[in-house]
Design a protein around this ligand. Sequence first.
Ligand SMILES: [Zn+2]
Ligand SMILES: [Zn+2]
Length: 329
Amino acid sequence: MAGMRAMVVEAPRRPLVERQLPDPRPQAGEVLIRVHACAVCRTDLHIADGEIPLHKRPVVPGHQVVGVVEETAGRRFQVGDRIGVAWLAFADGVCRFCRDGLENLCEKGLFTGYDRDGGYAELVTADERFCYPLPSGYPYLSAAPLLCGGLIGFRAWRMAGPAERIGFYGFGSAAHIILQVARNGGQRVYAFVRSGDREAEQFALERGADWAGASLEPAPEPLDAAIIFASAGELVPAALRAVRPGGTVVCAGIHMSDIPSFPYSILWGECVLRSVANLTRQDAYDFLELAPTIPIETAVETHLLRDANLALDRLRSGAIHGSAVLTIA
Ligand SMILES: [Zn+2]
Ligand SMILES: [Zn+2]
């Protein structure tokens, strides 16, 4: 049996290992997808680094999967359709959260590349109800980062509410995508990057940010809202200091280092501090419909599947400007 190639997390805090795994088979209601590309997300790094507990091991990470339907045991897609798979792999549809339109918080929720094997592989199966037709006009490489950086970034952006001036803390995959949504809506965008990271500042300005500077420095003007894409807890008090009374700070990542204690005075004034967890399918439909109308362009650096550890290392060290994408077929 030849099987498929995959890069696998076998144990936390260890490099991924290349394995030949049996070809997955689609169960009823699922599709089998030949993966063309899978974008790399900071969550993949948190899984590999053991910052969030493994739900399954070994596990094939990767939840920004784009490819073509190779076989279907469902009815929604045809063989040959170009589709994508995102982080939300399953929601039960019946729990109190699902009934309230919050399937992102489903009590039985399952996640791609975490509870189910993901896209760092030649083949993946997925529940067809949690797959998305790719917007036309997007090659696989540019589409892949939309599936998490775009989708969850978009949910975070909506949670930030109306804002004339919006700050992004951490300017990576999600921020460089959502900047285009914000600018399209007439917002001024302030990019906060690691102190001294001139390349990141330059990248943010090139992509259309109105201002770029160091994340722990004061903002040049009071912000109406801020989204924290980076996983450093000390950014929370920094962002609270940067927003005006009544401003909102959204933490967009799945994991963050501990938040240092801070004076109540920076929250007082009806500031709102909240997290964003996962995504709903509606977020995905809305964003994938919006993306080609702007049109959103993604800056990608590509790596071969077998070089997934290199891509993760570059993400860990802050070397990637835009999105890293693994090319698979
Ligand atoms: Zn992600
Ligand atoms: Zn549910």
